[in-house]
Ligand binder design. Structure first.
Ligand SMILES: O=C(O)CCC(=O)C(=O)O
Ligand SMILES: [Fe+2]
Length: 326
């Protein structure tokens, strides 16, 4: 059956004048500092100092999303970057540091919005542990199941299901869009499955391996987990098309439920082509995401999103004792 493509329902529009004012105010806050000289904690402290500069409607919308997610587990902020913003050539790697200037200002803007949801962080094993990473196409990676892919579909996944401390949210800010690359999302609450399949998916009959974007020393054992958990009205999900499978190869019931879930995710898909100035935030415990293929040119004009992951639990963050946990 052909999936009906829905659009994100919860959208916060930033007025052009507000975006211009915010951009100027962020520029004044940064002054002539090179944010690459900041430690990750100093960078996030500065982002926190910038949140009062954000338009009041935006602050209210993000806080409401954190508390109740009244319109769903994905929010889209549009018009966050003003027309006057000018960016350098698209970064060449996820871990490439942005040069001083407006690309750094965009990374601070992303952190200042998302810090209202918790603590921006990254794992030491992922993209050099940078708090803000570039989601950009990389040569020779076109068909990988990583953000560096382009010609190949980046299939349904949650961020880092192989870790029990995976991020609660991820935020993606678009500096440069590509009309053929659609970001896709399915909310666990929208997934339509037979009760018998849901019951199987709620049992820890699966395991997941690390995704290949992580650079890990030695073998990491696969994590055993149920795919669905939490309440029926706001279920949580851990999913990965390529790295998750039944624990027992002979468990055909678990395999069938997984197949059904894959089809149900397609049916529940929400699709959005990220345009410059869009910030998409999704709940990584309740949403599965993907990206459709696009063509990379490697000429400095390719699609460029900045991403940060957010730990919404003060307890988990304190247990790590660092913003860049191993
Ligand atoms: O590029 C996108 O829209 C999403 C990228 C993504 O899913 C990832 O990097 O994990
Ligand atoms: Fe992802």
């Amino acid at each position: 059956m052909k999936a009906i493509t829905k659009s994100p329902t919860s959208t916060i529009e930033v007025r052009p004048h507000d975006a211009e004012e915010l951009w100027s105010a962020l520029g004044r806050l940064i002054d002539d500092r090179d944010l690459e000289t900041c430690t990750p904690d100093e960078f996030v402290d500065l982002a926190l100092a910038a949140t009062p500069l954000l338009p009041a409607d935006l602050r209210r919308g993000v806080i409401e999303y954190r508390r109740y997610a009244p319109e769903g587990d994905v929010i889209l902020v549009r018009g966050l970057l003003p027309d006057s913003a000018e960016f350098p050539e698209t970064a060449k790697a996820p871990y490439a540091p942005p040069p001083p200037g407006q690309a750094q200002r965009a990374s601070l803007l992303l952190a200042s919005v998302t810090t209202m949801l918790g603590e921006p962080f990254n794992y030491a094993s992922l993209y050099h542990g940078r708090v803000v990473q570039n989601m950009v196409p990389v040569r020779k990676m076109e068909f990988t199941q990583t953000s560096q892919s382009s010609t190949g579909m980046l299939d349904w996944h949650c961020e880092d299901s192989f870790r029990d401390d995976r991020c609660d949210y991820a935020g993606l800010l678009c500096l440069r869009g590509d009309p053929t690359a659609a970001s896709k999302y399915s909310q666990a609450r929208d997934v339509d499955l037979a009760p018998a399949h849901i019951a199987v998916l709620r049992q820890p009959r699966y395991h997941v391996r690390p995704d290949p974007a992580h650079v890990l020393a030695g073998e990491v054992s696969m994590r055993r987990l149920p795919i669905l958990s939490g309440s029926a009205s706001s279920p949580e999900i851990a999913y990965d098309t390529h790295h998750l499978e039944p624990l027992d190869e002979a468990d055909t019931e678990a395999a069938e439920a997984l197949r059904e879930l894959g089809a149900a995710l397609d049916e529940a898909a929400i699709s959005h082509v990220m345009a410059r100035g869009d910030l998409l935030i999704f709940d990584n415990k309740r949403v599965v995401h993907a990206r459709t293929p696009f063509t990379a040119r490697y000429d400095g004009t390719d699609r460029w999103l900045m991403r940060t992951m957010i730990c919404g639990s003060a307890l988990t963050f304190r247990r790590w004792g660092t913003r860049i946990p191993d």
